[in-house]
Design a protein around this ligand. Structure first.
Ligand code: MN
Length: 733
């Protein structure tokens, strides 16, 4: 094994000295040897030596075209997370830049997996922040993810799906925005295969059926173009391909077109030497085939926001089959495949950062816009901004190209130029003609914004017309600053309307008790601040009403409880002395001071949603609400009336026994690793037993004493990160 990895590294070294002669190969080898020693006997899930993973990441990073520091950092990228190595050690051996990059990658690795919207956003924010500091962190993280996605088959199905989902939600938008098309396609295809294997098989079978026909068609078209261009004296490289799986997947399942009927399945790529040749090639191709009107896109003159440049044209072949031709130079091709990396200059900017705010202003813009909107808005804007399938290019009267999301209006244009232009806008001319504010801009339009110093400023209606997050953000800013009084009036009105829809009266909503719970937790000093925020759009009235509804429900419940206490006071003596008291941290509705035990089948801990069952003669047994016994028995007629509401009260730092079941690849040292997790969290383990299942797996049952569900969940997460562990579940005690 080790030998194989070493051999692979030698090859890699040779490649580096060929293609990156300025790199210090000795230093890269030192990083490799260091990482190899640090990871020691660690293995990947597929059984190979762990070092094969950082090596693969380094190879990818090199393929992206990154520098020596990045290659070293890629080799070391899992050292801090998975071995005892520290930032300081790496810094001493390989310098501050490498150490900082590894540190950055480690922080991203520790980001929680994205299941909920908030967590997704947190991860995205982390990514964007890292990008602002040093783009190389993201590029290494992308290489890391790509290799992990390529080697997913040994990971459990659940984890595969979770990783694939995260890749689709977070990585592909970023990779797209960085212009790394080749990587994006591969990530999409790998992810969709995990997320919908059956759907993908269906497509592959469909493709297989038409494969022979497709291949011969592509080959004929390819030869015709290559020969045609050569005859006209143009050097070129022509290749043909069927589009990537995921783009076919979207066509088939989103637009419901059977694979056999998808026509725009092919793309022919023509690579020539100069920009001038691109245009000549386009002309020649239009002589050879019939172009379809309206399909010509000149991304050379107007590059996409992610720096993609090519000419696209869709033509009809001899058999009446249409296909897309993409024409570009070699350098444009490099950019199209690897995006940012192809143009990456390894110089610090004025602020001493390895970021690229000049080429990728959207990173900065998104981070700025995030400071002022609520999380859901931010996430939506981010996706709009990142995933925009289409962008249009319009021109200023001076001929400067402006990139806008398609569906943009003159208002979007004005705010893109400058906030002040938007705020002082009084009208717009498109191609010399006066248009309305809601006019949809088309690619190639020349837009002139009319402004006046006496303009009244933006109107709230604009928020419904505009398309770009940028404009929305700037308009809100204006309202926030300029129009507090007006915002208060508007905010109050909006809230009143929304309350009416929810059947809540203003006086109910404005009770002191409600406001207390509503304002300070959301960060508002007083009700006017809240109105103002609704007024400028910083928070939605709907959200506030939902909150008010929850608070009212909670207050009603508290009230009912108080009533019940008063009732209780009138009942026999043993009940009088007790308020609502918890026994072992649990409050059983209507039963104080009863005997409580925790069901062994689900061993609940504080934080779990629980329910009580009145047993015959043994007090109340407390189950988790997701306990299978509860779910089954609740339906039985004989248990009717015996299930009672239960909640957690004061637990006084008490610990609770609960059980876990761990499935992992059997190997030496696993007991110690598991024990270390609990030790480091000061959790007691009261029982431990391991069974080999014969297929190389071990099933481990443990009982631990924890204080809360949160504590348990974080222990479970840490257990999952132990190499070889495939499953951690709660179990019967
Ligand atoms: Mn890794």
């Amino acid at each position: 094994m080790t030998n194989d990895v070493d051999k692979r590294f030698r090859l890699f070294e040779t490649l580096i000295s060929e293609k990156l002669p300025e790199a210090d190969v000795e230093r890269i080898r030192a990083a490799f040897e260091f990482a190899k020693a640090a990871h020691g006997e660690q293995k990947r899930k597929d059984g190979t030596d762990f070092i094969s993973h950082p090596l693969a990441a380094a190879e990818l990073v090199f393929e992206f075209g990154l520098d020596e520091d990045s290659i070293c950092a890629a080799l070391l990228h899992d050292c801090i997370e998975d071995t005892g190595v520290t930032h300081g050690e790496i810094k001493k051996l390989f310098g501050k830049d490498v150490a900082d990059i590894v540190d950055g990658v480690t922080k991203l690795t520790r980001a929680k997996t994205a299941s909920k919207e908030d967590e997704q956003m947190e991860n995205l924010q982390k990514m964007l922040t890292a990008m602002q500091r040093d783009m190389r962190v993201i590029l290494i993280k992308i290489a890391d993810r790509l290799h992990n996605m390529r080697t997913m088959e040994y990971v459990s199905d659940d984890k595969q799906r979770q990783k694939a989902f995260e890749t689709m939600e977070i990585y592909t938008p970023i990779v797209h925005r960085l212009g790394m098309q080749k990587i994006k396609w591969e990530l999409e295809d790998l992810s969709i295969r995990c997320l919908d294997p059956a759907g993908c098989r269906e497509i592959e079978e469909g493709l297989e059926e038409r494969r022979t026909a497709d291949e011969s068609f592509l080959e004929r078209a390819r030869i015709r173009i290559a020969e045609g261009l050569n005859q006209r004296g143009l050097e070129c490289t022509v290749s043909g391909r069927v589009k990537n799986l995921y783009s076919i997947y979207r066509k088939k399942f989103n637009q419901n077109i059977p694979v056999a009927k998808i026509y725009d399945l092919y793309a022919i790529r023509v690579i020539v030497d100069t920009k001038h040749d691109c245009y000549s090639a386009m002309g020649f191709i239009h002589e050879l085939f019939t172009p379809i009107p309206g399909t010509l896109k000149d991304y050379i003159n107007s590059p996409k926001a992610n720096k993609y440049r090519s000419i696209h044209t869709v033509v009809i072949g001899n058999e009446g089959i249409q296909f897309e031709v993409q024409i570009r130079t070699w350098s444009m091709h490099q950019t199209a495949e690897y995006g940012i990396a192809a143009h990456w200059k390894y110089k610090k900017d004025q602020e001493g950062k390895f970021s690229d705010s000049k080429n990728y202003p959207w990173v900065k813009r998104l981070l700025e816009s995030q400071q002022d909107s609520d999380p859901q808005d931010f996430l939506r804007d981010l996706k709009v901004d990142m995933l925009l399938p289409d962008e249009i290019f319009v021109f200023t009267p001076n001929g400067d190209v402006i990139n806008l999301p398609s569906g943009s209006t003159p208002i979007d244009f004005a705010y893109h130029i400058h906030s002040e232009i938007g705020n002082k806008m009084t009208g717009a001319l498109v191609n010399g003609r006066m248009v309305s504010y809601s006019h949809l801009l088309q690619g190639g339009d020349i837009v002139r914004i009319l402004t006046s110093n006496s303009a009244k400023g933006p109107s709230r209606d604009w928020l419904y017309i505009i398309r770009s997050p940028e404009a929305r953000n700037k308009i809100r800013q204006w309202f926030k600053k300029e129009k507090r009084d007006e915002n208060i009036v508007h905010g109050r009105q909006a809230l009143e309307t929304e309350l009416r829809h929810a059947n809540i009266t203003m006086s109910e909503a404005m009770q002191e008790a409600v406001l207390q719970k509503l304002l300070s937790p959301t960060g508002f000093q007083n009700i006017e601040d809240l109105y103002a925020a609704i007024g400028y759009g910083g928070v939605s009235s709907q959200k506030i009403v939902n909150r008010i509804r929850d608070i009212l429900r909670m207050l009603a419940k508290e009230h009912a409880k108080e009533q019940a206490l008063v009732q209780d006071a009138l009942l026999p003596a043993q009940r009088i002395q007790t308020g609502i008291k918890s026994v072992k941290g649990v409050i059983i509705e209507g039963l104080d001071n009863c005997l409580i035990k925790f069901a062994r089948c689900c061993s609940p801990v504080p934080g779990d949603a629980v329910v009580g069952f009145i047993t015959r003669g043994h007090g109340v047994s407390v189950h988790r609400q997701d306990c299978i016994n509860y779910i089954e028995q609740e339906k039985q007629p004989e248990s009717k009336g015996r299930w009672v509401n239960a909640t957690w009260g004061e637990t006084d730092n008490r610990t609770y026994d609960t059980a876990l079941r761990i499935v992992m690849r059997s190997r030496k040292g696993l007991v110690i690793e598991i024990a270390t997790v609990f030790n480091s969290m000061s959790i007691n383990m009261t029982s431990f037993n391991a069974k080999e299942t014969g297929d190389g797996l071990a099933v481990i049952g443990i009982v631990v004493e924890v204080k809360s569900r949160d504590e348990l969940i974080s222990a479970m997460a840490r257990l999952m990160s132990i190499r070889g562990v495939t499953e951690v579940k709660r179990a019967e005690v």
